[in-house]
Design a protein around this ligand. Sequence first.
Ligand code: NDP
Length: 320
Amino acid sequence: MPADHAAIPSAVADPAADAAAVAPRGAADLIDGTAIAAGVRGQVAGDVAELRERGLVPGLTVVLVGDDPASALYVGAKEKASRAAGMASETVRLPAGTSQAQLLALVEQLNVDERVHGILVQMPLPPQIDPDTVIRHIRPDKDVDGFHPVNVGKLLIGHTDGFVPCTPLGVQRMLAHHGVTVRGADCVIVGRSTIVGKPMAALMLAADATVTACHSRTRDLASHTRRADILIVAAGRARMITADMVKPGAVVIDVGMNRVAHAGAKSGTRLAGDVDFDAVRAVASLITPVPGGVGPMTIAMLLTNTVRAARRISGQTGIA
Ligand code: NDP
């Protein structure tokens, strides 16, 4: 079991500690999202096998409108992973010109389909469709993305019978896997989107961290990030977090996925996170790489949410 990477609050109050933030102190341990996700997926496959024996096949339906290549890639990966876990997985592909009424009609159909326990409408949607209207039409107990206002509200209130968005849920799972002490830690989150930053803040607050939510209007971002025992970055700005913005020994979670120019790559680009990985690794105690960090966890947690939905809807909640 890895060491407890709890950050020590008293170290934060020491100005010398902040001043030393740029001094490399050896490489941080890696949080291997691919391996942790494989463990979660194995667990899910076991749960699905057990449910199948009882005659329940968890079903996930993903809806893709249009032909955005990145969305098609994500949807393909979700379908493959849910099939591999033994679920009944279907992707409904609709043309880019689909009207909002047509999409809502499909959602209504899926809402009442007993074989479907999880519904996921891939974002972004074409401009003629309002994403909020679509999300509000998904039955909250089938909303495995956790975006419906009912589920958002449950997360904020602290009710545990809702769905939490997959990416923050995956981050929480990674921290738990590494034994990171969240209670009492200073957790700084960069980004306040509905899908990552805000639910991440709610989760960390519920886990008794002291949470700071930063965004594009935050003054002197570094003064906040440097206080973080746990720094979670989801801003979509390649390598914006530099070593001097990180407290020595901090746990750094990089949610960002940015395409940057890379001469060595066939496509001319490569994936980069929001964190300047090599430099920050020398300062932090634990860090996620990009790729191979948070990304694989997102799909794994979608599978977890779908199994939960199947159990809840069918009333088979007795299985661990
Ligand atoms: P959004 O664009 O919706 O939100 C970005 C957030 O970052 C906003 O709150 C914005 O502030 C804030 N921000 C932007 N620039 C700065 C800055 N310079 N300083 C401080 N805050 C800033 O992005 P998402 O939350 O959807 O995604 C964030 C990143 O995470 C992206 O790279 C995305 O690709 C990646 N991602 C990865 C996933 C995974 O599975 N690994 C899943 C989801 C996203 P403001 O609110 O003021 O505009």
